[in-house]
Design a protein around this ligand. Sequence first.
Ligand code: ATP
Length: 430
Amino acid sequence: MSKAMMSESTDDIGFGDTLLRVEGLTKYFSQGSGLIASLFNDEEVKAVDDVTFDIAKGETLGLVGESGCGKSTLARTVLRLLEPTDGAVWFKDDNLAEMSGEELRSMREDMQMIFQDPQSSLDPRMKVGPIVEEPMKAHGLYEGEREQRARMLLEKVGLDPQHYNRYPHQFSGGQRQRVNLARALAVNPDFIVCDEPTSALDASIQAQVLNTMRDLQEEFGLTYLFISHDLSVIRHISDRVAVMYLGQLVELSDTEELFENPQHPYTRALLQSIPVPDPRAGGQRGVLEGDVPSPIDPPSGCRFRTRCPRLIAPDEYDLSDTQWDQIKEFMRETERRTFEADGEASLRGEFFPDGTPSGEAGSIVESSIDDVLSDDWDAAEERMAESFAEQSICAKEVPSYEVEAEHGASRHFAACHLHRDSIDGSVADD
Ligand SMILES: Nc1ncnc2c1ncn2[C@@H]1O[C@H](COP(=O)(O)OP(=O)(O)OP(=O)(O)O)[C@@H](O)[C@H]1O
């Protein structure tokens, strides 16, 4: 590509230096509207809460998490398409959160976004050439050479430049996403947020588009924030991976480190729930039990604790690992009403085959068993939540630890209290 075609970036951020830094980014949506809602904002959806990370120039940071965990909201807030509730986004040396409308508009040249659905993001009445030229016009760039540039970009993304005059419906889904890529590249951005860009495509097409994105990244020196709920896509494309759960990052590390040495129980559960080609090969399904709590009232401390298989026993009770596992199971199953209380012997046999623990913890369990047997499930649930779940460090403190990485040179962040006093920062296997 000729230098004349590409307006070379004037910043002096080198490859590997921080291009984007997100600090404590928070986005709450208020439910409802009007005065009452604005006065009593306890119904806010805490979609993104205190998220911090950075992305180096030329890097792809993958962002993964279940549907509804806040990935798209985070992406839109980073680009300030949504106003942050709190926090800062540093792009190069500027804080986007403090920029005026005009400054933001010009900064947007450098920051583009690609969405999941290539069909709906392309105007069906426009030919693809003018679609690619639109951002150039909007930013007043490449006057007199727009068509030439659009044709060049169509070719770069793997399309025939002769297709400049075709309409979006004349392309396949994969080709339409390539048109979107060309449009995102039109104003020569440094940074592209890709929000599930290949999720609507067949697996083989998906791989081709991902490979094109990689090639474009290398050629144009692009930096990607790549969002997907699909771990295999994330593994394929990312240099580092951030895992999100209920509005917060729970783990962030080098890609190989995350897949080979995951340190957060949520990441482990996600990895274990990847379908395996041969079910007899031992892939575990259904390891993520229970529902994701409401983002209106997320759990205190670690937000994953209500579903976490590794919830830490409260310090005040002297319990063996087996006793704590049995209590946890009884507490969770009671909460989820997954069994029938059809007799004391069978209940005890199911949850406490070796008897209930002694001491205070035992008394709490005994009272809870009585509650369940007299059909007062709410009382049992409340007692155990107050006495066990809420007394765990997992409920009392927000976790944030750096652990020693086994793979790659990047830092490994894990928001899990299991790391609070391990010497090398790693968590023993289950
Ligand atoms: N405009 C809005 N008003 C209120 N709540 C919203 C709004 N947009 C998103 N939310 C809520 O914020 C939370 C995060 O949603 P978000 O779309 O960011 O998640 P996601 O991880 O991108 O999900 P998906 O993968 O399904 O797109 C959800 O609980 C969602 O219902």
